[in-house]
Ligand binder design. Sequence first.
Ligand SMILES: Nc1ncnc2c1ncn2[C@@H]1O[C@H](COP(=O)(O)OP(=O)(O)O)[C@@H](O)[C@H]1O
Ligand SMILES: [Mg+2]
Length: 401
Amino acid sequence: MNNNLFEELLNRPSIFKDESKLDLNYIPECLPHRNKELSLLSQLFLILLTNPNLISRKILIVGKTGIGKTVTVKLFCNMLRDAAKKRNILIKYIHINCRKERTSYKVLIKILQSINENFPKRGYSPQDLLEIISNYLDTQDLHLLIILDELNYLIKSDRDIIYSLTRLNDDSFNVPQRLSFIGIVRDISCINNLDGSTLSTLQRNIIRFEDYTNEQILEILKYRSDLSLKNNVISDNLIKTISNIIFMKGDIRYGLNILWKAGKIAENMNLKSINSECIRLANQDLVPFSTLDVLQDMTIQKLVFLLSIVILLKKSKEPQISFMEILKSYLVLCENTGLKPRSYSQLWNYLQEHKKENLINVSIRSKDIKGRRALIEIPDIVLPKFEREITKILNKKGIKL
Ligand SMILES: Nc1ncnc2c1ncn2[C@@H]1O[C@H](COP(=O)(O)OP(=O)(O)O)[C@@H](O)[C@H]1O
Ligand SMILES: [Mg+2]
């Protein structure tokens, strides 16, 4: 008998053919049900290959979370890069996630560092940076395609950059157009407050990604499980169970995650295939990815406010609670954590923001004598799981609960 635990683990047969194919950042060779969007993008950007630097393309992609916007654009950019290289046309692309680079300064630095690794992080104004980019592209005879993903995060704090980027060459006639742009947003309303001319440029060029149907989700998950799991490890029926779980939110990431987790659970149970219990356990254990992303980037104050909602709902016998009740729970939490409570109006804003992020539902009842009354509920996420994740993130941010 071998008592080295590593040997034991390494010898255990895996049910995965290639685990990395379930990674959320993996770019598959093809994307079922996104061919139309891929071909539309290719047609729009074909001119960068047929007449390099003649025009600059500016496109906006709109669609809900987890329906393949990012992965489609990444696959498209790889195709463009390869086709350009074959023809000796100099095109470079850079994919920037504005949830990570929230200011125009950070975005510009990121762009510059992608074309010149050693570019210093400080010491320039945004206007300088734009000029350096523009000069660099000219001297290198390069066309740059900039992808600003989750653009809504940038728009909130720092809007001018979109204007500057979309206008970089516009005022000069008959000069090479060296910069193209794809913005990705969840919801078109978040760009409404851009200046008029940027808005009209973008509104003329919108590609809308429709939600996947239940049938499409099923086929996509089947495709990803064929890539990553060995034969006969999961039945079509069980993939259907997973697609039914995620259909309401439609976030494929959650499906991929259940698939991966269920596989791990099956392996730990020494099973040769995934059964429905593995899927149930996997689903119990996960908070949707889209939610985790949002939580990770949330300020401490907003997290604490959200936590007070979750804790109160967990205790409450009703599925909905009022804003006033939440305030009390929030004040207690502030006292316990030593945080200075935010004002009523700030908290009301937090409530609206949580609603926008789809973390909570808010319904307004106006029958009440005192006027309008907001009722809050969390329909989608299992509360103890939610509480655990928020607490974990707050702990990481140094808040003891
Ligand atoms: N049609 C598809 N085929 C295969 N995988 C897909 C497809 N659509 C989405 N995915 C996968 O689902 C996950 C979510 O897609 P993503 O592009 O990140 O969504 P979005 O950017 O719209 O939020 C990614 O891991 C992606 O690889
Ligand atoms: Mg995305």
